[in-house]
Ligand binder design. Structure first.
Ligand code: BES
Ligand code: MN
Ligand code: ZN
Length: 508
């Protein structure tokens, strides 16, 4: 992870310097010092390039003098429009422009009166500097990105440092998610993912892992039906963070009882993730083209894991529980067939019309378990659930489905603030009728029309009217091009959004 330091503004005698300013700003402070020290070559270069400091623009000036290797100008746009998100994006642009430089000094005088924005800038740079390179063995040293340390300079550096501490924990959570989602599917199968999650107990999370024997006892017929075709066993992993109740173990396993015992204590908030470590489609097998993308069909689960790590890492004052259903969806002689009828933990039966609609089957059992063991304030599930949501919303918004106006509003707002945008989709009885079955309580697909909505209707049948939201992240979990704070690949969409919602509404 990019090492961040905050310090008083001081003219460096070597290395790379970043100048940050808003449109039409005049050289002041450290910017002026750099310009004077280089005999005005910085202002001449800015002039020659007609650099206007508009948002997202960068200009690199090589060897300007005064011993500096480069000066990079980064535009912030209009002064009154610098939101935390805009500061993060500026940080991301800095990291991108500095690929081959080992250390940078960032002149952040412009945030003199808003030191929190300097912390957001550091977060953005950190998020962009991420790279998953575990499996590159032949890359030449000179081709590797080198940025390792950024010193952000502003008068109130102490305040910026304090603000950054929890953000760093969130960035660590984001990286845990990105690492999990990036791993190839031969490495990251359900038992391996469960093992990696277990290691997070070092953060103070209480982790429980369940295998097929326990799932059999819980009556997880839907999840086990998906797992049947695979040579590797499924897992459910439950992560508890007791940040509001501290050492009190009231909400432990068998927590419905626990919740009653400790009256007056807030009930936990709950996050549930789809963790299909590879989705071939099963017997309803997918076409070959692009099937490798289905390694990231566990992104919902990966996001829940990173979120729980973030909450624990920044010692959030909340009781939270994260549950992930981990399975591999494979075709084989033992795989479930189209036409099979399975019985969920809720007792409801499901006719499996299409074995490729497996995510909803996994979520159905895990959601049921969650409400019975934890009686949470609300449940938010995350899943790369449908290709149809990509048709509806592209890669700009994740689909939000909810039976609770207040929860939907809080999620939407947190999404806007973190840049992990959500768009509310409808639910309704007419859609629900599409998943009626002639032989069982429901079928697992509702036909082509409204495919993301009928998937959500299916899940809603397992939440018992409790406050719930479903985020369909099929279009946002993986990026095919770089953006300000997200290098292409696993995005960890949802970690920052849900962390923000918890911070704003469910702590203290
Ligand atoms: N994992 C897929 C959805 C998906 C598609 C995620 C593309 C990311 C990118 C899911 O399990 C699936 O296969 N859904 C089917 C449902 C259909 C059979 C009703 C789909 O979207 O085609
Ligand atoms: Mn599928
Ligand atoms: Zn899937």
């Amino acid at each position: 992870m990019l090492e961040i330091a905050f310090a008083k503004p001081a003219l460096p005698s070597s290395g790379a310097v970043v100048l940050l300013a808003t449109e039409n700003a005049k050289p002041v402070g450290l910017w002026k010092q750099v310009d004077d020290a280089t005999g005005g070559s910085v202002s001449r270069a800015l002039e020659a390039a007609s650099f206007s400091w508009s948002k997202g623009k960068t200009l690199t000036i090589l060897a300007p003098g005064a011993g500096l290797s480069r000066v990079v100008a980064v535009g912030l746009g209009k002064a009154d429009a610098i939101t935390p998100l805009a500061a993060e994006e500026a940080g991301g642009h800095i990291a991108a422009a500095m690929g081959t430089v080992p250390a940078i000094a960032v002149c952040a005088d412009v945030f003199a009166h808003k030191p929190a924005l300097a912390a957001h800038l550091a977060l953005g740079a950190t998020l962009r500097a991420y790279r998953f390179d575990r499996y590159r063995t032949k890359e030449k040293a000179e081709d590797k990105p080198k940025l390792a340390k950024a010193t952000v300079m502003l008068a109130d550096h102490a305040k910026a440092k304090t603000e950054y501490a929890p953000m760093r924990a969130v960035a660590e959570g984001v990286f845990i998610t990105r690492d999990l989602v990036s791993e190839p599917p031969n490495v990251l199968n359900p038992p391996e993912m469960a093992n990696r999650i277990k290691k997070l107990s070092s953060l103070g999370l209480k982790i429980s892992v369940f295998g097929p024997k326990e799932m059999e006892k819980f009556g997880f017929g839907c999840l086990l039906g998906v797992a049947r075709g695979s040579a590797v066993e499924p897992r459910m992993v439950v992560m508890e963070w007791h940040g509001a109740s501290g050492g009190d173990k009231g909400a432990e396993k068998g927590g419905a009882k626990g919740a009653k015992k400790s009256a007056g204590k807030p009930r936990p908030v709950a996050f549930i993730g789809k963790g299909v470590t590879f989705d071939t489609g099963g017997i309803s097998i997918k076409p070959a083209g692009g099937m490798e993308d289905m390694k990231w069909d566990m992104a919902g689960a990966g996001t829940v894991v990173g979120l729980m790590a973030a909450l624990a890492g920044r010692k959030a004052k909340v009781d939270a529980v994260g549950l992930v259903g981990l399975v591999e969806n494979m075709p084989s002689g033992t795989a479930q067939r189209p036409g099979d009828v399975v019985t969920s933990a809720s007792g409801q039966t499901v006719e499996v019309i299409n074995t490729d609609a497996e995510g909803r089957l996994v979520l159905a059992d895990v959601l049921w378990y969650c409400q019975h063991h934890y009686d949470p304030q609300f449940m938010v599930d995350l899943a790369t659930l449908t290709g149809a949501i990509i048709i509806s919303l592209g890669h700009e918004h994740a689909g939000l489905f909810s039976n609770d106006e207040d929860l939907a509003q809080k999620l939407t707002a947190a999404g806007r603030e973190t840049g992990e945008k959500l768009w509310r989709m409808p639910l309704g009885d007419a859609y629900d009728r599409q998943i009626r079955s002639d032989i069982a309580d429901m079928k697992n697909v509702g036909g082509r029309p409204g495919g993301s909505i009928t998937a959500a209707q299916f899940i809603q049948r397992f939440v018992n009217g409790k406050p719930w939201a479903h985020l369909d992240i099929a279009g946002t979990a993986w990026a095919t091009k770089d953006s300000a704070c997200i290098p292409k690949g696993a995005t960890a969409f949802g970690v920052r959004l849900l962390d923000r919602m918890v911070a704003e509404h469910f702590e203290g």
